[in-house]
Design a binder for this molecule. Structure first.
Ligand code: R5P
Length: 305
């Protein structure tokens, strides 16, 4: 019996593209909210003895997505699914990866352990925010695949801003700036960033002799990082600024903040539902999922589908 793709809320567009990409039949989880805010969830297809890929989209609803993932994983196990690959294109809580102040919850570690406890065999994610951890395998004990949508974003940007200078807001973003720079055939520069609060960052950097630039980052949340970098670029004489990111969370006010700082265009992927989904993560996610499913079968000792 073939592998099934099940998807949660906020995933429908990506799930359809992914189903076409990997060739697995797709079913949407049945979910709703009880009047008191609790989550109801039902798996609408027989899963006993099947390999299942579970697509959960977090975005601006991290807590709901985690409940959806936990309920689905536990129920898939109870119903006898043979294996479950969790595909979480945007992995939430990855930015709190350390105890910055005594007594803080280290959310990334807690969330990863919690999901493992509920019984996934493998995890596929897209451009996971890794700052203090260098590799996703340091966070999980199961096989993990951290694929990247950056080459796809860079292909798009090449069409609209071929000779743009690439700008990374901080050291962590240098890896993605390098991908863009290679695809665009232009130079890249790396700014320094210090976060002062949820909505406040301080950036330092210089750009000379550039008329067009693309700022590249993994996540846009409040837009403060991008707006601060764009401001420096505009003050340095850059006349055309575009922004490319994998996960456009774009919390309240972010779009206005970014456009108000002089950005002409935002280019984002569909890992998170947003108004700027110009590039799909289905290619990258699909490749990761196929590798994960193959590996799960190999470890089980059967190559059959
Ligand atoms: C952090 O290092 C990330 O890579 C992003 O730069 C950050 O999450 C963006 O957040 P905001 O849009 O709130 O500045």
């Amino acid at each position: 019996m073939g592998t099934l793709l099940l998807s949660g809320e906020w995933c429908s567009g990506l799930a359809r593209k992914l189903s076409a990409q990997v060739g697995f039949p797709h079913y949407a989880l049945v979910t709703r909210k009880f009047p008191d805010g609790e989550t109801y969830l039902r798996i609408p297809v027989e899963v006993a003895g099947r390999d299942v890929v579970l697509l959960i989209c977090a975005g601006r609803r991290p807590n709901d997505a985690l409940i959806e993932a936990a309920f689905s994983l536990a129920t898939l196990r109870r119903l006898g699914a043979k294996s479950v690959v969790l595909a979480m294109p945007y992995f939430p809580y990855a930015r709190q990866d350390s105890e910055f102040q005594r007594g803080e919850a280290v959310s990334l570690t807690i969330v990863s352990r919690m999901l493992e406890e509920f019984g996934m065999d493998s995890l596929v994610t897209v451009d996971m925010h890794l700052h203090r951890f260098k590799d996703v395998s340091e966070v999980f004990s199961i096989p993990t695949y951290n694929v990247s949508v950056m080459p796809d974003l860079a292909d798009y940007v090449k069409e609209v801003c071929g000779n743009c200078v690439v700008v990374a807001p901080d050291e962590e973003a240098e890896q993605w700036a390098r991908v863009f720079s290679e695809k665009l055939g232009s130079r890249y520069i790396v700014f320094e960033k210090k976060r002062l609060g949820d909505y406040q960052v301080e950036v330092r950097g210089a750009i000379q002799g550039a008329e067009r630039a693309v700022i590249v980052d993994d996540i846009i949340s409040t837009g403060s990082t991008i707006a601060s970098v764009a401001q420096v670029l505009a003050e340095s004489g850059v006349r055309e600024i575009i922004v490319a990111c994998a996960h456009a969370l774009l919390v309240e006010g972010a779009e206005a903040r970014i456009l108000g700082a002089g950005v002409r265009e935002i280019v984002a992927s569909d890992t998170v539902v947003n108004p700027f989904m110009k590039v799909s993560a289905a290619r990258a996610l699909g490749e990761g999922i196929l590798r994960a499913v193959r590996e799960v079968r190999r470890l089980r000792g059967s190559g059959n589908s």
